[in-house]
Ligand binder design. Structure first.
Ligand SMILES: Cc1cc2nc3c(=O)[nH]c(=O)nc-3n(C[C@H](O)[C@H](O)[C@H](O)COP(=O)(O)O)c2cc1C
Ligand code: SF4
Length: 146
């Protein structure tokens, strides 16, 4: 899905909208809240479906209300589609809590540590985010590529 254009279902949505009188939803790489609002403002769809965006950050609606930063889905399919196609549990490379909500969640640490994360790419930054949310003091060391 990373290879298909943003809003790739929207053309079909417009055609459906032209022949029905009920509200029509679109889905498929809308990704950001801003992109969804633009579609609604243009009137090309009445409802926006967010799929993977909600796997990455299920708090999108609350964060919009509170003006908080939202983690955006990469459309990489690595944690979600690849996992279920390989009969593994659903996951997300940008959301360590994704999967089984009853067993996978960030818990406060019992002992605060100073943690150095070496590498500031996806895995490193997600590890830093989780460690910080657990209560640790985190320093991210960025690799210098020469
Ligand atoms: C893990 C996963 C499972 C999905 N399972 C189904 C499914 O069973 N049936 C279906 O019609 N679409 C399924 N989809 C497609 C989504 O409903 C959605 O159309 C697609 O993810 C594109 O929207 P998005 O770019 O907002 O993720 C699945 C998507 C993901 C990521
Ligand atoms: S693994 Fe996460 S970031 Fe990657 S496509 Fe799936 S939901 Fe999006």
């Amino acid at each position: 899905m990373g290879a298909v254009p943003y809003n790739w279902i929207l053309g079909a949505c417009e055609k459906v909208k032209s022949v029905v009188s009920c509200p029509v939803a679109t889905v498929g790489r809308v990704v950001s809240v801003e992109a969804g609002e633009k579609i609604l403002e243009d009137g090309t769809a009445d409802i926006i479906g967010y799929g993977r965006s909600l796997l990455t950050d299920p708090d999108i609606a609350n964060k919009v209300e509170n003006g908080e930063c939202i983690r955006e889905c990469l459309n990489c399919n690595k944690g979600c589609v690849d996992a279920i196609q390989s009969r593994r549990y659903l996951s997300c490379v940008l959301n360590a809590e994704n999967g089984d909500e009853e067993t996978i969640f960030i818990q406060p640490c019992t002992e605060t540590k100073n943690i150095a994360i070496v590498g500031a790419s996806l895995a490193g930054l997600e590890a830093a985010r989780v460690a910080y949310k657990r209560g640790h003091t985190v320093t991210v060391l960025k690799n210098q590529i020469v």
